[in-house]
Design a protein around this ligand. Structure first.
Ligand code: DGL
Length: 258
């Protein structure tokens, strides 16, 4: 069973991409809605929460963990891999790998939460492959609450996006990594503001393909079955969270509070 966790509901963009690519794999999701957001928190706090989330999923029978949160992937991956014996997949490497593959100019932008940008993880991961590439990062802390409030088409959101993306526009990037689970919901606005010539990388889609490749290489972690169950747990359930979840999945969602 694939276990997926996130700081809340944003990681459902990853869970949905996995559901679509691997519909016959049982999946269990845990969204830490009670403690969201992780983005503004310190690395140690994010690590502590990530350990708890992983333990929850392992208790429920997960054989493979996907950290469907850029902030948690940035600061907690190493510690989770040291502490737990199951494979741990994070969302940074698949997106970084794709960015390296498609960038022609070697000038890549990354947007994410404060925790993700401060960790420098995208820069390290991309430069480990391509030391000649230039990475330009921008923290966009206001975007998560705007998405959660469904302010997707508001003038204020467009203004804030313009402000965040302005420094990147001047850097002549040709690729932009959406380094936060919520940003795929803003991809049309982001594309319009950053320009058509910049290719956007959605880490949820890249991570789902990575999980599929991984399961082909490691069939021992796979447990395909017809009518596989997909269960969604959360540490709290609010109206806002359910609204976002239903917007991501385009179907009514049930969140089991645990
Ligand atoms: N899931 C987080 C991320 O991808 C965004 C929301 C939060 O800050 O908790 O970084």
């Amino acid at each position: 069973m694939i276990g997926i966790f996130d700081s809340g509901i944003g990681g459902m963009t990853v869970a949905r991409a996995i559901e679509q690519l691997l519909p016959d794999h049982p999946l269990i999701y845990y969204g830490d809605i009670a403690r969201t957001p992780y983005g503004p928190k310190s690395p140690q706090t994010i690590i502590n929460y990530s350990i708890r989330n992983t333990e929850f999923l392992l208790d429920k029978g997960a054989k493979l963990i996907v950290i469907a949160c850029n902030s948690a992937s940035s600061v907690a991956t190493k510690i989770l891999r040291e502490r737990f014996r199951v494979p741990i997949i994070e969302v940074i490497s698949p997106a970084a790998r794709r960015a390296t593959e498609i960038s022609k100019t070697g000038r890549i932008g990354v947007i994410g939460t404060k925790a993700t940008v401060k960790s420098g993880i995208y820069q390290q991961t991309i430069n480990a492959e391509r030391p000649d590439f230039k990475i330009f990062s921008q923290a966009c802390p206001l975007l998560v609450p705007l998405v959660e409030e469904n302010w997707l088409n508001k003038r204020e959101t467009k203004m804030i996006l313009r402000r965040y993306l302005h420094p990147l526009k001047n850097k002549q990037i040709d690729t932009l990594v959406l380094g936060c689970t919520h940003y795929p919901l803003l991809s049309n606005l982001i594309q319009a503001r950053i320009g058509k010539r910049v290719q956007l990388i959605d880490s949820s889609i890249q991570t789902a393909s990575f999980v599929r490749e991984y399961l082909v290489r490691h069939p021992e972690c796979s447990s395909e079955q017809a009518k596989a169950s997909h269960t969604y747990y959360a540490s709290d359930c609010t109206e806002t969270a359910l609204n976002v979840a239903e917007r991501i999945f385009h179907r009514p969602m049930e969140l089991i509070v645990a």
